[in-house]
Ligand binder design. Structure first.
Ligand code: TYD
Ligand code: MG
Length: 453
C-alpha cells in the first residue's frame, strides 16, 4: 500500500511549520494563516560547481554593470539603474498599478532596443495588449507570455534569451515540482528561487511582482525578502492619484530614495516636483492650514497639514481623528497644547488631515500639527508665505531635526519666504548663504504661537 503523502501546516505569513492545524500562528500571531501543504523532500540539487574559499586580498572587485531604466525616477530608487543578473521584487496592493508600471518599463526598454519578456499569470495576452495600447507600446522586441507553469516559463525564457524579464505575479505561477497550490508559501518561494537562479545564470534583470495582503505584508514576505536582491514597495491611496515607489531592501544601493508617480489616463507619470503637486490646491489665507517641510526618503517634500476643531456631539468622549499622521503622536501633541498653551478641548472634536493623501511619519511635522490646531482655534491663518518644521517635546520645547538646509531650500524653491524652525538648529545655518528667506528660530510652542498670532 502506498503511503499517504505527509502533510504539514505552514503559516502563509511567516512560514512557521506545524504538524497540526492551529487557529493562530504562534510565531507571528496571525489568525487563520496556516494552510495544509504536502511535505516536500528538498530536491538535492547541486548544479553549481563546488566553491573554493579565497584569500580576501585575492578577490577582485567588480563593478556591477547596470541597465538604465528609461524612467529616471525608477533608476534613482534602485540606486542608479537595475543591476544585470539581479532579481527585483516589487510589491503592492491589487489595483495600485504594478502591472501598469512594469509594462511601461518594458515598453521603454523595448524602445531602446532591448529584448524584453513579460510573463503574466493573471491576464490574457489580449488584456495586456489592451493596456499596452493605452500606454503607447510601439514595435520593439517586447514578448508577452501568458503562462502559469514555471517550467514552461523557463523553457520559453531560455529560448528567447531576453535582457529583461517580468513575472506578473509570483502568486499565480507554480512549479510542477511541488504539489501545493499556487500562492502558497512553498510555491512562492520555489518560483522566486527558480527566477533568481535563472537571472544569475543568464545575466538577466528580472522583476517579480507580488501582491500584498491588506495588513501590508508581502504574502510569504519574510521568506521572499531574503531571497531577492531588491525589494520595492509600490503604494498609495486608491482614491488619490499619486503613488509612491520606494525601496525596502537593496543589495546594490541605498534604500532612502523614493519616487512619486501620478496615475493618469496614459499610465503612470513621474512627478518631478512633488511639493508643488501636493500644494497645488491649498486654500489661501484659511485658518487651520499649515505647510510643513518634511523629508521623504532623502528628498524634502512640502505638505499641507489641516486641522478642524468643532464642538462635539459626543460629550465626555470627543472625537480625535487623524488621517496621514500618527494617531498616538497627535494625541501627545494635543495634550501639550492643552497643558502648555492653556487651551482645553474636552468639548471639541478634532480632525487632522494631511492633504493629498500623504502620510507623514517623522516628528519634524509636530510643530505643524500644533500650529494647525492653534490656527483653527484662533480662527487666524498663518502668514501665506510661511513653512514650518520642528519636533515638539513633552515640555513644549522645539527640538532640532535632520536636514534643515534641504528643507529650507525646498521651501525657497516653491516661493516661500519665511521659515519657522527650531532655534537650536539656527547656528548651523548661519554660514549658509540663503538670500531672500527669513529664518525664525523658536524655542518652545508658546513662543512660536506668540510669534505668529
Ligand atoms: P494595474 O496595473 O492593473 O494594478 P495591479 O497590477 O497593481 O493590480 O492598474 C490598475 C489601475 O490602474 C486600474 O484601476 C486602472 C488604472 N489605470 C489608469 O488609470 N490609467 C492607465 O493608463 C492604466 C493602464 C491603468
Ligand atoms: Mg496586475
Amino acid at each position: 500500500m502506498k503511503d499517504k503523502a505527509k502533510t504539514v501546516f505552514i503559516c502563509q505569513t511567516c512560514g512557521f511549520r506545524s504538524p497540526k492545524w492551529l487557529g493562530r500562528c504562534p510565531s507571528c500571531g496571525e489568525w487563520n494563516s496556516l494552510v495544509e501543504e504536502v511535505e516536500e523532500v528538498a530536491p538535492a540539487e547541486f548544479s553549481f560547481p563546488p566553491s573554493e574559499a579565497l584569500l580576501y586580498r585575492d578577490i577582485q572587485e567588480i563593478k556591477k554593470p547596470r541597465l538604465k531604466i528609461p524612467v529616471e525616477e525608477f533608476n534613482k530608487v534602485l540606486g542608479g539603474g537595475v543591476v544585470l543578473g539581479s532579481l527585483v521584487l516589487i510589491g503592492g496592493e491589487p489595483g495600485i498599478g504594478k502591472s501598469t508600471l512594469l509594462l511601461q518599463v518594458c515598453r521603454d526598454f523595448a524602445d531602446q532596443g532591448e529584448r524584453v519578456l513579460y510573463i503574466s499569470g493573471e491576464e490574457s495576452l489580449e488584456q495586456i495588449k489592451l493596456r499596452g495600447d493605452r500606454l503607447g507600446v510601439k514595435d520593439g522586441e517586447l514578448y508577452l507570455l501568458a503562462e502559469t507553469n514555471m517550467e514552461r516559463i523557463l523553457v520559453q525564457a531560455e529560448k528567447l534569451q531576453p535582457r529583461v524579464l517580468v513575472l506578473d505575479s509570483v502568486q499565480t505561477v507554480f512549479s510542477a515540482k511541488l504539489s501545493s497550490s499556487p500562492g502558497t508559501i512553498s510555491q512562492v518561494r520555489e518560483v522566486a528561487s527558480e527566477i533568481f537562479r535563472y537571472s544569475k545564470k543568464n545575466q538577466v534583470s528580472s522583476f517579480l511582482i507580488g501582491h500584498i495582503t491588506k495588513e501590508g505584508s508581502l504574502a510569504g514576505p519574510k521568506s521572499l525578502e531574503h531571497m531577492v536582491d531588491v525589494v520595492l514597495l509600490f503604494e498609495g491611496e486608491r482614491d488619490h492619484s499619486h503613488r509612491v515607489l520606494r525601496a525596502l531592501k537593496n543589495r546594490f544601493g541605498p534604500v532612502s530614495e523614493l519616487a512619486i508617480f501620478e496615475m493618469a489616463s496614459g499610465g503612470l507619470q513621474a512627478i518631478p516636483n512633488p511639493s508643488a503637486f501636493f500644494l497645488k490646491e491649498r486654500p489661501a489665507d484659511e485658518s487651520g492650514s499649515v505647510v510643513v517641510s518634511t523629508i521623504k526618503g532623502t528628498r524634502p517634500l512640502l505638505a499641507e497639514i489641516q486641522a478642524l476643531v468643532s464642538p462635539t456631539l459626543f460629550v465626555g468622549n470627543p472625537r480625535r481623528m487623524t488621517i496621514g499622521l500618527d494617531h498616538f503622536r497627535t494625541a501627545m501633541l494635543l495634550a501639550i497644547i492643552e497643558r502648555k498653551l492653556g487651551y482645553s478641548f474636552g468639548g471639541e472634536d478634532i480632525y487632522l488631515n494631511v492633504a493629498g493623501g500623504l502620510t507623514i511619519e517623522e516628528p519634524a511635522a509636530d510643530l505643524g500639527v500644533v500650529l494647525a490646531v492653534v490656527s483653527c482655534l484662533k480662527n487666524k491663518p498663518l502668514p501665506r508665505d510661511m513653512v514650518v518644521f520642528g519636533e515638539v517635546g513633552l515640555s513644549g520645547e522645539i527640538r532640532s531635526v535632520g536636514s534643515p538646509l534641504s528643507r529650507i531650500k525646498e521651501a525657497l524653491s516653491l516661493g516661500f519666504k519665511t521659515v519657522l524652525l527650531p532655534k537650536g538648529g539656527l547656528t548651523l545655518l548661519e554660514k549658509e548663504n540663503l538670500p531672500g528667506v527669513r529664518l525664525l528660530g523658536v524655542q518652545n510652542v508658546k513662543e512660536s504661537v506668540q510669534f505668529i498670532f
